[in-house]
Design a protein around this ligand. Structure first.
Ligand SMILES: [Zn+2]
Length: 292
């Protein structure tokens, strides 16, 4: 399974669902078994109890739950986080597809359970425990410092800003740079492969070697790939776990990612997978050439 899931589209999809469902609900409490990654920052259960959800938003890959009190709840899904809301009638699930998003909750990957008056629960599951929950003061400064240094949002960055930021990193390899969250936030292994395929750029090209036309195509490729994934409900909704575990991801929108050995939709050459900077890059060796 790609180590950078969930990425921006998956988080966007779950945040939209949660915003609709949680708005107006009142917290009854929270339980968690991973205190190392659950930060109260001076707030306490007393503050949480009775607070109402005002809005659920996305900042990069972080889920932000605004309340009607002085605090905001931030949840970072990192590599394997999932969020599942469940009450008697509804289930909203998103994020990493392991364990399967329709598994019973709570389960052994459940790290935190927020309870709402009326009986609904929001489960934060995280198989590999890289994710975190931070309760922070709602002011912008506290939220920013809790999240850390993030580049502009991948879905919001303008072409001009994107091109200018690239110019400052001429020696970087393009795929690696796209996945750097301080350069631009929200892109991981899936959408860097997809955007580079769309722009016909080899993942190991240096930034300095890219033409203006290619940079334009790349900016568009990021947008198009992510918007398509969001419209299809994110990659998680379409994934399954094969009997051998791990493999078996099916992405209905994918042109390159996890398409190794299948014909390129544009030219028919077979998509290849190569280790690069410790990650797997998937690309078409015919229409994404390293040398012109
Ligand atoms: Zn091709």
């Amino acid at each position: 399974m790609g180590g950078t899931m969930p990425e921006l589209p998956e988080v966007t999809v779950i945040v939209k669902g949660l915003d609709k469902k949680l708005k107006g609900l009142t917290f009854a409490g929270v339980e968690y078994d991973w205190p190392k990654k659950f930060y109260w920052n001076g707030f306490s259960m007393k503050d949480l109890k009775g607070a109402k959800v005002k809005k659920v938003e996305r900042i990069g890959k972080v889920v932000k739950i605004e309340t009607d009190r002085a605090f905001t709840i931030l949840i970072h899904l990192k590599l394997t986080g999932q969020l599942i809301y469940q009450d008697e009638k509804t289930r909203i699930a998103g994020g990493h597809p392991i364990p399967p998003l329709n598994s019973p909750v709570p389960n052994k990957t459940t790290r935190a359970t927020f309870e709402f008056t009326g009986g609904g629960h929001l489960y934060f599951n995280d198989l590999r425990k890289f994710g975190w929950v931070k309760i922070v003061h709602s002011d912008q400064g506290s939220v920013d410092s809790a999240i850390g240094k993030l580049g502009p949002d991948a879905l919001e960055i303008s072409y001009k800003d994107f091109a200018q930021r690239l110019k400052k990193k001429p020696n970087s390899r393009i795929k690696k740079l796209l996945m750097d969250q301080a350069f631009v936030s929200g892109i991981g292994n899936i959408y860097s492969d997809e955007a580079l395929w769309r722009a016909k750029i080899h993942p190991a090209r240096s930034v300095a070697s890219l033409s203006e036309v290619e940079i334009k195509a790349l900016h568009k490729g990021i947008n198009d790939a992510m918007k398509l994934a969001i419209s299809k409900g994110g990659s998680s909704a379409n994934s399954f776990v094969g009997s051998g575990g791990g493999k078996g991801l099916f992405l209905s929108f994918a042109k390159a990612y996890h398409m190794t050995g299948r014909p390129c939709e544009r030219c028919g050459a077979l998509i290849v997978r190569k280790k690069m900077d410790g990650r797997s890059a998937h690309f078409c060796p015919a229409c994404q050439r390293l040398e012109p």
